[in-house]
Design a protein around this ligand. Structure first.
Ligand SMILES: O=P(O)(O)OC[C@H]1O[C@](O)(CO)[C@@H](O)[C@@H]1O
Length: 347
């Protein structure tokens, strides 16, 4: 497993992805009608991608959005309704057992069902759902990096298709190359300045709740350091109290108002001991900003895609500092024992 190589592939893959899947989206019958109810199904990184893209999906359609972990969907599927409903499932491997079962149930109940998947030979691709294949090549099971960012961007492409506003990607690859390289440096700076924290808390708002959850998941999976991800409001209303002078709080700020909240939290919290840095996607600087120039794109439409770059690198560098030469899952064999995936048939 070579997470750093997968991370390096992201600028090129992401910049070409909306065009690469554009044709497929325009041919899918499930996307011919604007939904009034959207049910989003996935688990782990795939659920985080759904949360990260949900704001854009809601804005594009005006639909009421519901999130369902696959087991929750199986337990309580949506009731039939006169309101046009669209079920969107994401599974990069296409092998998460409960996601595959939930998609089968959704199809059998007659809901228009779209599945976004990274492997067209997987069981998910054979459920009868409309399939969008993410053309991102191999990423073996383990901590997802390009699979996550591509899932977010595929969902944003679905949102832009439903909203009738094409995604503008000119100049994106070069801008992402810069952001990725600067994210690597910013992650090294975080590590050399604050060492390995006893706890890492990540918070964001709106779609960036998904980014915060994914950032905390990635760091936990790869480094074994305790982490959590929250909505900024939840952090302010209590969770920042659960930090020590060896903890690191990472805030994702999407606009000027969020940057001001992050700066205020930084002043108040760092005076008490905990450390704080801001992944600042806005034009409002704070004293805690990671030094990253983000792509300038209209309406911040896709910043949930690349906001993960510094967190991916931070996980990688912390794992290396902990002695893992080639970082991967901190417990590489645990997944097999948990039976959460349909294993490929070996002939
Ligand atoms: O997107 P998929 O392939 O359904 O995987 C969901 C989750 O399952 C895992 O592969 C663990 O089994 C996670 O890394 C991932 O976030």
């Amino acid at each position: 497993m070579k997470i750093d190589l997968y991370m390096h592939e992201q600028p090129k893959l992401l910049a070409s992805l909306p065009t690469a899947i554009g044709d497929i989206l325009s041919r899918l019958s499930t996307l011919a009608v604007k939904p009034e109810r959207l049910v989003l199904v996935g688990t782990g990184s795939s659920m985080n991608a759904l949360i990260a893209a949900a704001t854009a999906l809601e804005q594009a359609t005006g639909a009421l959005v519901t999130f369902k972990e696959p087991e929750a969907f199986l337990h309580l599927p949506p009731r039939p309704s006169a309101a046009p409903t669209l079920v969107i499932a994401v599974s990069q491997s296409g092998r998460s057992t409960s996601t595959v079962e939930a998609v089968r149930l959704s199809v059998s109940l007659g809901f228009p069902t779209l599945a976004i998947v990274g492997d067209d030979g997987s069981p998910l691709a054979e459920t009868g759902a409309d399939i969008v294949l993410m053309p991102i090549g191999e990423e073996l099971a383990g901590p997802k990096t390009k699979g996550y960012t591509a899932s977010v961007l595929s969902l944003l492409a679905v949102a832009s298709h439903l909203g009738g506003k094409p995604l503008e990607t000119s100049g994106l690859e070069a801008a992402l190359d810069i952001a990725l390289a600067q994210s690597d440096k910013a992650a090294q700076w975080l590590l050399s300045t604050y060492g390995i924290p006893d706890y890492i808390q990540v918070a964001g708002q709106h779609g960036h709740v998904g980014s915060a959850l994914e950032a905390s998941l990635k760091i936990a999976e790869i480094t074994g350091v305790p982490t959590a991800g929250f909505d900024i409001e939840e952090a302010l209303h209590g969770h920042v109290y659960g930090t020590t002078d060896r903890s690191l709080v990472l805030i994702i700020a999407r606009d000027a108002a969020e940057a001001k909240v992050a700066a205020n939290l930084g002043r108040a919290l760092t005076a008490l001991g905990p450390r704080l840095a801001v992944c600042n996607l806005s034009d409002e600087p704070t004293p805690y900003d990671l030094a990253i120039d983000w792509p300038a794109v209209p309406e911040s439409w896709a910043d949930a895609t690349w906001a993960l770059f510094p967190f991916q690198w931070y996980a990688w560098h912390v794992a290396r500092a902990k002695g893992m030469e080639q970082p991967g899952m901190i417990y590489p064999n645990l997944g097999k024992q948990l039976n959460v995936k349909i294993r490929p048939v070996v002939v």
